[in-house]
Design a protein around this ligand. Structure first.
Ligand code: DGJ
Length: 588
């Protein structure tokens, strides 16, 4: 054990005095701070401390368009599972942990219920938060806690009873016919104040009891918005709808500053109601988030019930006012304390799924998937998300409680329900730190199989990685897998060295020429015994210098054997077992 010297003490004090306040200033910080923190944490790591060490607060970083969630000073990838809505109770948690273990997940997403947390006005019950925290630590699992506050799937079902019993005070949205609907009004000041009070109390408690940073992020509300009506039509809402559109909204939506008193209808026409509702909800949630973050600056996000990503739908066909793709700029400007707008993706159609990833992966928005389907055909989309620097992925409802009474309870059947996710996490879990870092450095690409597209090419400088599906293990023509289950991940470690893994695919490398050569003359791809290309008038052929198979242990690649002969003569073939390769290539 290292002796604590006066010099190391000085370093530790510097950490407390200089670096911690920096992290408190906000969770989205630039890379300079990250480097400083990394340097400091490696020095501070020398300081031995027998008691629970206070870990740095997790935060989200962006640099040159690349994103990462920083946990304990380094990029981290959330391999998550979200529990069913009513699973966070002492009676049901024992049915959650075995599923998390079976999945090889590193993070559990689980709700905190306002109705349980504040059973009487101003009286808070921390027991459930403390229970799930303690059990998560026992299982060495991180948490993402979901604040089921004012909104849950557009309703206000998680408001405490004492609020539900006073609907005049904690008001609902009023529809066009003057009826109250099953959705909270974003103009209800009493609800906003109560939510701010409860949420800040919850965040303060987390700050006090979670020096270990078991909790990585907090979701504020759940699928905000309203079903069944486009917005609040109460008298006070009508007044605001008739008023000029706020300048920051005009700017965010690329509209010229309002002429005279251009109101929402004048400026946005058929989209006016949805945009207005998004503005009102984002302002409300933005205030709740800002108050919570001022107490404890953990990364905060909101989740979105989506609209059709490919065919713009008419307002009214999707949940109105939540962070759908068409109102992302409004949410960004009105709720700056929210770090991430995150899509809940239940679509199974490949182009639609991929389009959602594209829509939510923006320079100003880190990609994070808090809910998705765990079905066999969806599990490949984890790889598509990783190709866009996704910081986390979490199929919904993967625990051993029954979601529907029709769902079978036998353990084996349910394991089949968990298997597609477990297969991914068994492979990616041990290497997730490297994957998150390589992604943050912009060195990683990953893809999911697309129907009728048996080959996809990834460009890495002077090499192309060619990913093909359904070609068999002996070099047959790629036809696509019978079901599109293929997925591949390639990261460039050095100019001529790659980390390669995947399932149900083949990966090979083809020379692509230098940037200058590509500019001077088109590169002609050829075939032959090995993938080759005519570059600057000369054929260049790929040869494998060394293909290492290994396993990741404690975040490190451990060499096991060199693959050659039948194992590499037809490219690098991946089946359903987790396999990781480190591949060096050259040309002749
Ligand atoms: C999306 C919601 O966010 C979840 O809480 C859950 O209700 C799922 N839909 C599906 O059941």
């Amino acid at each position: 054990m290292q002796r604590r010297t006066s010099q190391s003490y000085a370093v530790y004090l510097l950490f407390l005095a200089v670096i911690l306040p920096l992290s408190a200033a906000g969770t989205t910080v630039k890379v300079r701070e990250l480097e400083l923190r990394d340097r400091m944490s490696s020095v501070v790591g020398l300081v031995s401390q027998p008691q629970v060490r206070e870990h740095p607060i997790p935060h989200v970083v962006e640099s040159g368009g690349c994103h990462a969630l920083i946990v304990d000073g380094a990029p981290f990838l959330i391999l998550g599972a979200q529990a069913n809505n009513s699973s966070d109770w002492p009676a049901t948690l024992p049915k959650v942990w075995p599923a998390i273990e079976y999945l090889h997940a590193n993070t559990l997403e689980i709700p905190v219920y306002w109705e349980q947390f504040e059973p009487k006005p101003g009286q808070f019950d921390y027991s459930e938060v403390d229970t799930v925290l303690a059990q998560a630590r026992e299982h060495h699992i991180h948490l993402v806690l979901l604040w089921f506050g004012t909104w849950k799937n557009g309703g206000q079902h998680y408001m405490p009873e004492w609020m539900k019993l006073e609907p005049e005070r904690y008001s609902h949205v009023t529809n066009k016919s003057g009826e109250l609907v099953d959705s909270p009004s974003p103009f209800a000041k009493a609800s906003l104040d109560a939510d701010i009070h409860a949420f800040t109390t919850f965040m303060r408690h987390l700050k006090e009891v979670d020096l270990e940073r078991t909790v990585l992020m907090v979701q504020v509300e759940n699928e905000t918005g309203t079903w069944g009506t486009l917005r609040d039509y109460s008298a006070s809402a009508e007044k605001l709808f008739e008023a000029p559109v706020p300048v920051e909204v005009l700017k965010a939506m690329n509209k010229a500053p309002g002429v005279g008193s251009a109101n929402w209808q004048d400026v946005f026409g058929p989209e006016a109601d949805v945009y207005f509702h998004a503005w009102a909800i984002a302002r409300y949630v933005g205030q709740v988030a800002a108050a919570g973050k001022a107490v404890y600056p953990l990364p905060l996000y909101v989740n979105a019930a989506l609209r059709d990503p490919l065919k713009p739908e008419m307002p009214g066909t999707y949940e109105s006012g939540g962070p759908t793709d068409n109102v992302i700029p409004i949410w960004k400007v009105e709720a700056p304390a929210i770090d991430i707008l995150a899509p809940d993706i239940y679509l199974l159609d490949t182009p639609a799924y991929l389009k959602v990833l594209e829509l939510y992966h923006r320079p100003d928005n880190t990609l994070f998937i808090p809910e998705t389907s765990g079905s066999p055909l969806a599990s490949r989309f984890l790889f598509a998300a990783l190709g866009l620097q996704d910081i986390g992925y979490s199929p919904f409802g993967l625990d051993y409680t029954r979601l529907h009474s029709a769902q079978p309870v036998e353990r084996n059947t349910q394991d089949a329900f968990l298997d597609p996710t477990a297969q991914n996490y068994k492979l990616i879990g041990p290497m997730m730190r490297d994957i998150a870092l390589l992604n943050f450095e912009g060195k990683l690409q990953a893809v999911a199989e697309v129907e009728n597209e048996p080959t996809q090419t990834l460009h890495f400088g002077s090499w192309d990685a060619v990913v093909s599906f359904g070609g068999g293990r002996r070099g047959g023509q790629a036809k696509g897998n019978p079901e599109p289950t293929g997925r591949a991940l390639v990261a460039q470690l050095k100019d001529n060295q790659f980390l390669v893994t995947g399932f149900d695919c083949r990966v090979d490398f083809r020379p692509a020429g230098t940037e200058q050569q590509q500019k001077d003359q088109p590169v002609v791809n050829g075939s032959g015994q090995t993938p080759s290309a005519k570059i600057g008038g000369q054929w260049q052929h790929r040869q494998f210098l060394r293909v290492e198979e290994g396993v990741y242990e404690k975040d490190e690649f451990k060499f096991q054997r060199i693959l050659n002969g039948d194992q590499t003569d037809w490219g690098l073939n991946f089946g359903s077992d987790p396999e990781v390769l480190r591949v060096s290539v050259a040309t002749y």
